[in-house]
Design a protein around this ligand. Structure first.
Ligand SMILES: *Cc1c(COP(=O)(O)O)cnc(C)c1O
Ligand SMILES: [Zn+2]
Length: 405
């Protein structure tokens, strides 16, 4: 395991207690500081001896790989999406399709590290609040690790596939009266009272695993750094994780250029984008977040300040897109590229379209859109926005009429 310490992102204090999620001194956000001295002796090719995936990057991870809890997460494809690029009028776009992780979202990258760490600590009960994907992921890794698992979901607002996953893997599913932010408050209270070990992304070990998406993108692009990386922003840990990975690659000397980190939110749940538009480093929580993209239906993003730092520090950008723009982008990715992403994931492409039309993004940029989750998790949204199946008699004439008529 790489040497590391947990420190406060706000005041820099060392945090010894592994069961707190905020700084005991100032209440600030926690982060992991890795000792990367050993990696400075290595070259990127040295890691390619291991199969593609999160654990290929073990020297950047704060958990001993010999004790890993893994379902082979990561190693997802990076597609060069020329037809999408043509449609958007930009020269080079790649889609990193995180929907092909074991439970269908990038959450597995953080969860393999978080649950492995929970095992190291010897905890017996893990839990999280979730808009759906975190709970699906935690439920799977808890099953693999033989841990008891409780997930706190906002009642009635979780996509069917995600709910099915949490139930299927055997988690205790608690349907909380309220939205995600309320469910997280409750899960945090349970953690504060030591009734469970919290595996939301406020736990600093989760973003450590999520760094691997950036490591993989660089690996897949042969370390030819793209101009811009775009991703949806909900609780805002993933954009922070990508930023942290960039800083670490710079620290070990594997890259010298930094991509502009661009965070897209849904109108109606856009505290980070609003803060960015008014040049602020902190955000005002959204009381009643709404959007069809349930994975980013979050009003009080835990890592919102870290996200704003990441965006400003890389010369990036943040905007909000409408639900209509999200659905349009989701269909475009499907019909031009054969990739089925969930609505929140399509926000990245919807955002790119908007950035190009407003002149923020240049048409000759090399862009990577991170598509965070699988469209099959939310078939209801897809069916609702697609034409109905066409009734067809059992005859060539009828089929032909429909096809050519
Ligand atoms: C969790 C999630 C997001 C948001 O990620 P944050 O780290 O909360 O910003 C976006 N898309 C999908 C599919 C997700 O599951
Ligand atoms: Zn502090």
């Amino acid at each position: 395991m790489a040497d590391h310490e947990v420190i406060c992102w706000d005041c820099g204090a060392n945090v010894e207690d592994p069961f707190v999620n905020t700084c005991p001194k100032c209440g600030g956000l926690l982060t992991v500081k890795m000792d990367l001295e050993p990696v400075k002796e290595m070259r990127p090719q040295d890691l390619r001896r291991d199969i593609s995936g999160v654990w290929r990057y073990a020297p950047f991870m704060p958990v001993d790989p010999s004790r890993k809890v893994s379902i082979q997460e990561g190693g997802t494809p990076l597609y060069r999406t020329d037809r999408l690029a043509g449609e958007l009028g930009i020269s080079e776009v790649h889609v990193k399709f995180e929907g092909l992780n074991p439970t269908g979202s990038f959450k597995d990258r953080g969860m393999t590290i978080g649950v492995s760490h929970a095992k190291e600590l010897g905890v017996k009960v893990v839990g999280c609040a979730s808009t759906g994907n975190t709970s699906a992921s935690l439920a799977a890794y808890a099953a693999k690790a033989d841990l008891k698992c409780a997930v706190f979901l906002p009642s009635g607002k979780v996509a069917a596939g995600k709910l099915a996953q949490a139930l299927f893997y055997g988690a205790k599913v608690l349907s909380v009266d309220g939205n995600f932010d309320d469910a997280l408050d409750l899960a945090r209270k349970m953690a504060d009272e030591k009734k469970l070990y919290l595996l939301n992304s406020i736990n600093p070990y989760r973003p450590e695993g999520q760094k691997s998406v950036l490591f993989e993108i660089m690996d897949q692009l042969e370390y030819d750094v793209p101009d811009r990386i775009i991703l949806p922003v909900g609780n805002a840990a993933n954009i922070w994780a990508v930023y942290k990975a960039i800083q670490e690659l710079k620290e070990v000397g594997w890259i010298d250029k930094v991509p502009m980190l661009t965070g897209i939110q849904a109108e109606g749940s856009a505290p980070v984008a609003k803060a960015f538009c008014s040049g602020k480093r902190d955000f005002v929580p959204e009381e009643n977040p709404e959007t069809i993209a349930t994975a980013i239906r979050i009003g009080n993003p835990v890592s919102g300040r870290k996200a704003l730092h990441a965006i400003y520090d890389t010369g990036g950008f943040s905007i909000a897109v409408t639900d209509e723009e999200i659905i349009e982008a989701q269909q475009l990715i499907g019909r031009k590229e054969g990739i089925c992403v969930e609505p929140a994931s399509a926000a990245s492409a919807a955002g790119l379209k908007k950035l190009i039309s407003t002149g923020v993004a240049d048409r000759d940029e090399r862009v990577v859109c991170i598509c965070t989750g699988n469209g099959l998790k939310d078939p209801e949204t897809i069916i609702k926005n697609s034409p109905s199946p066409i009734q067809c008699g059992n005859s060539v004439t009828d089929a032909e009429r429909i096809l050519y008529g």
